[in-house]
Design a binder for this molecule. Structure first.
Ligand SMILES: Cc1ncc(COP(=O)(O)O)c(C=O)c1O
Length: 432
């Protein structure tokens, strides 16, 4: 069979053989590009054009695309053991990774060892957390937040709050989440606390599930004190606090985990994306005390598992990725470079039609609104497409795609951040 060579050949083939609704192909030919290779912060398409990636490919390539140490670890693992038997006959790399995950979370936070359930996609770690909450508390409902994105598997979708994703599947969704507003200002917190306490008093909620910063929801940063308030209210009512740090984890926000900004220790933390830098692996980590309360010892058949659970290549890559995040000091760099980039974005946000710029570490967003003050998704998407033509890969976030988001590899250089800021400024200016 002959491989496609060009963008249009590849897209034609996909259009013919991939289900509708996966790929969006703009009739004017400006979207998408077809990725051929990537290295560091750069991506090249099949036509040989070079791009600067401001997305880290959904936040995955935190230590740079194809980080050599991570690739080498994956290659070594592939040569010795490509696949093992998840819950039946395990392998060494999994044991090593689980120890590392405990060390960088619950042990570091002074909460004793952590225990973990691995999965492949991020949503699986959310579902492992939801099951853990039910097993530990015996309570079936959870509380989640407006604008939340926890993935699209049926369990996670219950807590994901966007009609676009949920509406077509409602007849098959078991509704076990009560949804409360995600706070945006200090004075939202007292009302929210009362609302949460009222719900939790019913004694039917096992957990509050929350992203410390809503990423896909539009880089929404809650007021300081939000996570501490959730911790308190959970403790008062015997509910678990599940933090979905799939996007915010591993240095993205300028701390290893976003909960560390407020020194809040969750009961369960969900991880994915940057965990491996490019292999589908996710983790639900909880304190050993809680995990042992929730899960009975196996009597031969695991009640929660999957064929690829704890894939050897993913585990080996994750260990190397954690080493690289440390070696390159990427958490500190994320904070430093993010602060500078945010100041620049705040300047840009003075351009007409820009509403606000916000960010924490290298998780940044520029929100656009029209003259009536409504979210202006069509403008942000126009700008993002123009920037793609100028060699910058960006994504829109927010319910209406109104936020131009920047979540680059944490290895991005200041000069590269300046390049995208200049291009963004010019493109937004030209739009007027
Ligand atoms: C906060 C958060 N949780 C969960 C997910 C789902 O992860 P996955 O797409 O790997 O299932 C995402 C994906 O963007 C996410 O941002």
């Amino acid at each position: 069979m002959q491989a496609p060579h060009t963008t249009s050949e590849t897209l034609d083939l996909l259009q013919r053989y991939e289900s509708r609704n996966v790929l969006y192909r703009d009739p004017d030919g400006t979207w998408p590009i077809v990725w051929e290779r990537a290295s560091g912060c750069k991506v090249w398409d099949v036509e040989g054009r070079e791009y600067l990636d401001l997305t880290a490919a959904f936040g995955v390539a935190a230590a740079g695309h194809a980080n050599p140490a991570v690739v080498a670890a994956g290659q070594r693992q592939m040569e010795t053991l490509l696949h093992a038997m998840g819950d039946v006959h395990p392998h060494r790399a999994k044991a090593m990774l689980l120890r590392r995950l405990s060390e960088i979370t619950f042990e570091k936070w002074g909460a004793g060892p952590g225990k973990c359930i691995l999965g492949s996609a991020g949503f699986e770690s959310v579902e492992a957390a939801l099951k853990t909450a039910l097993m530990a508390t015996g309570r079936s409902r959870i509380i989640s937040f407006e604008g939340a994105y926890h993935g699209l598997g049926y369990g996670a979708l219950t807590a994901t709050h966007r009609g676009l994703f949920r509406n077509p599947f409602r007849p098959q969704l078991t509704e076990f989440a009560d949804v409360v507003p995600f706070p945006s200002a200090d004075n939202d917190l007292p009302t929210l606390r009362v609302r949460l306490a009222t719900l939790l008093q019913r004694g039917v909620h096992g957990a509050i599930l929350v992203e410390p910063i809503q990423a896909r929801g539009g880089i929404r940063i809650p007021p300081a004190g939000f996570l501490s308030m959730l911790r308190e209210v959970c403790d008062e009512h015997g509910a678990l606090l599940i933090l979905d740090e799939i996007y915010t984890g591993f240095g993205r926000t300028g701390a290893w985990f976003a909960c560390e900004h407020e020194s809040v220790v969750p009961d369960l933390i969900c991880l994915g994306k940057a965990l491996t830098g490019g292999f589908p692996l996710s983790a639900c980590v909880g304190s050993a005390r809680l995990m042992d309360r929730a899960w009975p010892a196996s009597e031969g058949e695991a009640i929660h598992t999957s064929t690829f659970l704890g894939h050897p290549v993913g585990c080996a890559m994750a260990c190397a990725q954690l080493d690289e995040l440390n070696r390159l000091n990427l958490t500190a760099l994320s904070k430093k470079r993010g602060d500078i980039a945010l100041r620049r974005l705040q300047e840009i946000s003075k351009i007409k039609g820009c509403f606000t710029a916000r960010g924490i570490g290298l998780m940044l967003g520029l929100e656009l609104r029209d003259i009536q003050g409504k979210p202006d998704g069509s403008r942000s998407i126009r700008v993002i497409k123009k920037l793609l033509q100028r060699g910058f890969i960006l994504l829109p976030e927010g319910e209406h795609g109104e936020v131009i988001s920047l979540t680059p590899p944490l290895t991005i250089e200041p000069v590269q951040l300046n390049q995208v800021a200049d291009a963004l400024e010019k493109t937004l200016g030209d739009e007027l």
